[in-house]
Design a protein around this ligand. Sequence first.
Ligand code: KG4
Ligand code: ZN
Length: 340
Amino acid sequence: MRQNDVFILSIESSCDDTAAAVLHNDKVLSNVVANQSIHNEYGGVVPELASRAHQQNIVPVIDTALKRANIDRSQLSCIAFTQGPGLMGSLLVGSSFAKSLALALEVPLIAINHMQAHILAHFIDEEGFDKPRFPFLALTISGGHTQIVRVDSYFDMEIIGETTDDAVGEAFDKSAKILGLPYPGGPLVDKYAQQGNPMAFRFTKPKVPGLNFSFSGLKTAILYFIQKNKAKNPNFVEENRDDICASIQHTIIEILMDKMKTAVLQTGITQVAIGGGVSANSGIRKAMKDAERDLGWKTFVPKFEYTTDNAAMIGIAGYHKFLDGSFEDASVVSKARIEF
Ligand code: KG4
Ligand code: ZN
């Protein structure tokens, strides 16, 4: 096998999206995601339902990924899968499938850390998207994590700041719930925020030392603010929805950017990348562009389809592990929690 002809099938099943992708080296040939709408009516992800839906989706999703890539499974060089972090029942569906397939095809099996993959998505070869150079800082913002990571090489990463309570995605989703919006509320807050005035309402920002974050106080402040105003005017939320969303989003983005400014000052690293579901947010994407202009940073914002959970990011991480010869045997275990 020539190293310039690596075909990777990657599988992501850590939470509520069943995803598969095929890469040729660092280029994405197909990227398929099946979202699980079943959780919407419960206001959050129900682990048991997620793993059952993964079992139903995984075969058709992988078949579709191979078909769209026009690749036969006999051409595959390796299988990469998400080892963790995530929901155990969900992770097991992807890892069992990856193990069986790697065994049947007699190709290497590669285990990937989901949070590292969110960062490595920046190394997918895409027209119009530059790749960061090492070292750089990454702000990983998702439904389960909020981390500032110093990235020294593909797999040499150090968490230098993280949330002490809620993740930023949870802050968006829980605020949305308080406003009566369905789960996951993050994208809806973003949508309404774009029509609202970010200065309409003020929420106090938490005072957390160093590079760590806290979002639970903000959630409580929003809850009390809404309750107080609804007591005076029952239609307060309906009449002010866009301004409330814009103000919440503005506060969250300010919290994130304040910490990134401190991280840049502390490390002297001015290349900054964002990744994870919340990097789809229009406010943080604009803040990154503004930082390029106003602060002289070089910023990296992922292509939209690589922001929320996807398998292409698992594939690019798998490609670099393939080049390193970093393989696993079938005894590798899924991990709900996993360090870098
Ligand atoms: O990375 P991801 O798809 O899954 C996890 O690994 O958690 O992130 C999902 C999170 C959810 O909290 C969702 O509300 C949030 O990302 N999210 C957004 C936006 N799109 C997704 N939050 C704010 N604005 C968005 N446009
Ligand atoms: Zn994620």
